[in-house]
Structures are given as structure tokens and as C-alpha cells.
Design a protein around this ligand. Sequence first.
Ligand code: GLN
Length: 541
Amino acid sequence: MDIRAFTALETGKLIKEKKISSPEATRAYLDAAKADQAKAIGDGAKINAYTEILEEEAMARAQAVQRRIDAGEALSPIAGVPMAMKDNICTTEGHTTAASKILGGFRAPYDAGVTERLKDAGAVILGKANMDEFAMGGSTETSYLGITRNPWGLSCVPGGSSGGSAAAVAAGLAPYALGSDTGGSIRQPASFCGLTGLKPTYGSVSRYGLLAFGSSLDQIGPLARDARDCAAILSVISGRDERDSTSVSEKPFRLDEPLFGDGSGSGDGAGAGLRGRRIGIPANYFSMPGMSGDVRGRVLAAAEVLRGLGAETEEFELPMIDAAVPTYLIIACAEASSNLSRYDGVKYGYRAPAAADIHDVYYRTRSEGFGTEVKRRIILGSFVLSSGYFDAYYKKALQVRGLIKDTFDKALAKYDIILTPTCPTAAYPIGGRIDDPLAMYLGDIFTTSANLTGQPALSAPCGFGGGGMPVGMQLIGGAYSEALLLGTAAAYQTVTDHHKQRPSLGAGLGAGADGANNGAGDGADGGAGLGAGGAEKGGAN
Ligand code: GLN
């Protein structure tokens, strides 16, 4: 049996039925992850999904969980199933570095809220997943620990910032992973790597123990092979946490309800599931400059499938799209500049040697410890918050955020779900945008709005572009409509098999013999020129 061929829920079921054990499943993933990690940095076949593999800790936990399962404890449907944790989520095991030099060697003294919940549910943490430094980026190229490659095309980026989480699941190095999403960092890598990923409603998952980037935007969520896995993981990690004052008072959605179609809860009858569901398709999104024809085609074909399942679809105009990225960047950078002031060489991680006095400690530690992209964001954030510019930038961005929220609320009063592409293009070649921050930022054009509004949004695979790289569609809903989004994606996934496709990787990783797809994206028209508003912000950097 190829243990790594199963979804998280299937693995949990096999463990529960004693067909495999948690230590066996954990061992299979650890061996695959270690085989990849043993390759040299710079080896074009190294995925580099993990910043750290927690072999001993994972095996010990798997054995402990197995004992509880054997004793008849009902833990959760994912009890005993291993997973990968993004490296900005605190775990008492190993290190938590946010892929930054400044947190080199840092060991978290406590578990994040989601880590605690997962452990209580019997999850086994395989290791920490690579990411863009402090979750700032969209390609996992800003990690201090080296780039992560896209398992579907090793010369392409896996997306970011949760690129390690996505690549781990896509390459069969973990059955599921957690990521964080401030402006699209779960959905965009899910889209680039052919996975289902969900950014939950703001406040529904605790941020306690998540290294803060933009606190009013950050949410933790699952990356998995299908919508059912995402639902199972979300039901474990969501709920009130006293230690996060923005977490909502109780679990606001019922994921154990029969959301998957036929009302029997058996999860098999998607056919009837979408009758009467109103899906709005913002036509103006599809004609943005920089939008790839492949992506447009795949997402519109998915709309056709949803219609076939009984949904009513309608095209409409969703305004304010030009404002999304500039507004997001001002707010995210402002919050980041404040959040990252705590990394000063005194309290955590790295401290520059040979500093003359305390100011020199701050100056040298931050100069040496942060990478270029993080510095760019801190400088931009400090600028928009500084006296004289506060009203012109930060305050105005907050006002525009309100207008964007109104726009989405209006659309979601008319439609149950808004269907968009997750990204304007499929995954692009490594190095393709890293020296052009503006092009990189504009790749977030469709994802940032849901962070600004707090609404839930999901990305699910809906086909492949010309270069063989996965394409994702995004479903956005009103607050706490997770069950609706996941149920809709699950219905789509019962009649399509895009989510079941696997990349063929070299020996020791995937099932295939060789021949990793080296497609260089889908010949995307590039990221430039999407909306004029972003240009000024690039200039301000
Ligand atoms: N790519 C976006 C950025 O660079 C989003 C990051 C995120 O969601 N953490 O800011």
C-alpha cells in the first residue's frame, strides 16, 4: 500500500480501522521528506519544503497517539495523521523562525492555539514548512533557508508565502499542512500547487502563537488535497481562544452538518447539492490586463460545471478591484512595521556580534537579521504611519478598506458565492518576479480583498494551464460561510478529478519514475500593468 497516496481523512480512517498505524504513516512521510532534504541546496530536484524535520518528536508523538487510539479514545477523524506546520506557527518542538535569520535558533516557549488543538486531536507534526520570510512574499523565494520548488514544475515557484506547506502536500511529503494567509498566502500557493486551501473568516481561528505580520488580516488555515480534508482540519483548529482577543466567541459554523450534497451526510451525492445556490462571476476580473487566457478559460469552465450541478450563475461588475492591492499593502506594511519592532536582538533569536552600545545592537541586528523584502515592508510601513503622511496614506487606506467591504457585502447580499480566479496566472519560473516587487504584489490582486473584508475564501484546483501547471479558482463567501464554500468545492470535486492529479517526481518522492514537468508556467502575460493604483506604491518603496 502506498501510504502517501491517501488524503488526510482517508489516512485517519485507515488508522482508525487498524489497517495502518500512525507510526507507519509518520515513518512513510518522514522518509520521503528526509530523502528530499538530504539533497544539496542548489540541486534542481530538491523541493525544500521543510525548514526543519522533527523526526524523533514526530515518531514519539505518533506512538503516543497510537496508544490512545488503541485504548479506544475517540480523538478526531485526523487522529494519528501527520502534517506539516508553517514555520511562523509556534511549536514547542524544534524551532520557529518564520524563515528569517533574525529568529535563527529561536525555540518557542509555548504552542500556538492551533498547535494545541491539533495535538489534542491526535495530529503528528512532521516538521516546519518553509515560507517567505515573515510571510512577506508570494513565491517562497525570500526564505533565509533557501527557495522551495513547485513539485509540478521544478523550475517554477510554489507560490507563497506558504509555499513550503503547499509543496509538501503536493509532493507527498505531508498529507496536509497549515499555512497563514494575510493577503493570499494560503490560496495562492494552493492554486500554484494544485491543492485546496482555505482562508477562514477573520476571528474564527486563533492567532495566538502565530508570528504576527498584519494582525488585522492574518488568519491560519488548511492546505490539503481536497475540500473534505480542509473541513475536517478547520473543525479541529477553529473556535474561541481567550488568548486571541479577536477570536469569535464560539464555533460559528457547523462543519459536521451534511454540507456535502445529498443531505444524508454520507458525502457522496454532490448532484443535488448546488440547486438554488447563486454564484456571481465578476466579469471585470476576467478582463484585467495581465490575466492569463488559460486561467480565464479554466475558471469559466469550472463555472459551467457548477451550473451543471444546479447552481445559478450570473456575471456582474465588482468594483474597487484596482484599490485592493494598494490598500492591502499600506495596511499590511503599517501593521508589519509595528509588529516586527519586537525583533531587536534582545528578546529573541539572532543578535549581531560586536555592537558598541544598545542602539548599535538594534541597528546591526535588524540590518543583518532581516532580508530585503522585510526591510522594504518595514520602511514602507513606517513611512505611511509617519506624521505628515498618516492621513494621506494610512488613514485613507482604512477608509478605502471600508468601501471595499461595502462593495463585497453588497455583492454577497445578492449572491451566495463570488467565483473568481485565485491568481491572474499559473506558477511562473523561479526568479521571474523576485526583482520586480510590483509584479509580485500585483499577483495578489484577487486574494487580498478577502483579507481586507475578513470574509472567508477558498482556492480549489480547476484544471491545468498550457505549461501543465495547476490553475485554481477562488470562492468567496460572507462571514462564517465556510460550510457553504467547502460544500460547494466538495460538490465540484465529486464530479471532477483535477484535485486527484499528482505531479510526477523523481525517484524517492512521488510515484512517477522521472520527468518532472519543467513547464515554465502557462506563458502568462506577466504581472505588469494590473491596475494603475499599485504603481505609486511601488515607487514609494
Ligand atoms: N503575497 C502577499 C504579500 O506578499 C500575501 C502574503 C501573505 O498572505 N502572508 O504580502
